[in-house]
Design a protein around this ligand. Structure first.
Ligand SMILES: [Zn+2]
Length: 188
């Protein structure tokens, strides 16, 4: 991807793009989309995050990037394999309902006030396209399945707070972070 200019992501109107379904990306990718993908990938170098969707940086396109790091594997019981930074364009998923759901912590780069435990499918069948426009699909389980559901929700205009039910553990970031560290046996 080095041949593309590094652009600074112009923070668009996230207020709007976070709440509306994003647009399908046409292939072959335009220079605008390649630049956006590159700029999104740069954000992973600066910020400690697991995934990023284009609407989070104010661009209403169905583009997500994600990875599962060694750190995520230490903090999540169900993160079994590390995954390098991966791009998925026009992503979608179908739950494997017979595998049921689990309830675990989520936070979001775009939601500053709240952290909470969200119900997500244990297993999903995901689909999308790679940078060349070739279809990709697979099964994801555990933390990777959670991460993909969170990011794919973003391109459909859905935030994790929209999925929190009244009975789910949730609250201000600081309090919830402490609770999570306690759960992990890593009290500050
Ligand atoms: Zn998010």
């Amino acid at each position: 991807m080095e041949k593309y200019n590094i652009i600074h992501i112009e923070q668009g109107d996230c207020e709007r793009t976070l709440k509306e379904p994003a647009k399908e990306v046409p292939f072959p990718l335009s220079e605008e989309h390649l630049n956006l993908i590159h700029a999104m990938s740069q954000k992973f170098e600066d910020d400690n995050m697991a995934g990023l969707a284009a609407p989070q940086v104010g661009h209403p396109w169905k583009i997500i990037l994600f990875h599962v790091t060694e750190m995520a594997m230490e903090n999540r019981e169900n993160a079994d394999d590390s995954v390098p930074l991966t791009l998925l364009i026009n992503p979608s998923y179908e739950p494997v309902k017979e595998d049921g759901q689990n309830n675990d912590w989520e936070a979001c780069f775009s939601v500053h006030s709240t952290m909470g435990k969200v119900d997500r499918w244990n297993t999903i069948h995901f689909k999308g396209f790679n940078i060349e426009g070739k279809p990709v699909e697979g099964l994801a389980q555990g933390f990777l399945a959670r991460l993909l559901q969170h990011e794919i929700d973003h391109v459909n205009g859905v935030l994790f707070v929209d999925r929190l039910k009244p009975e789910n553990t949730q609250g201000p970031m600081d309090e919830m972070r402490k609770m999570r560290l306690q759960e992990l046996g890593m009290e500050e």
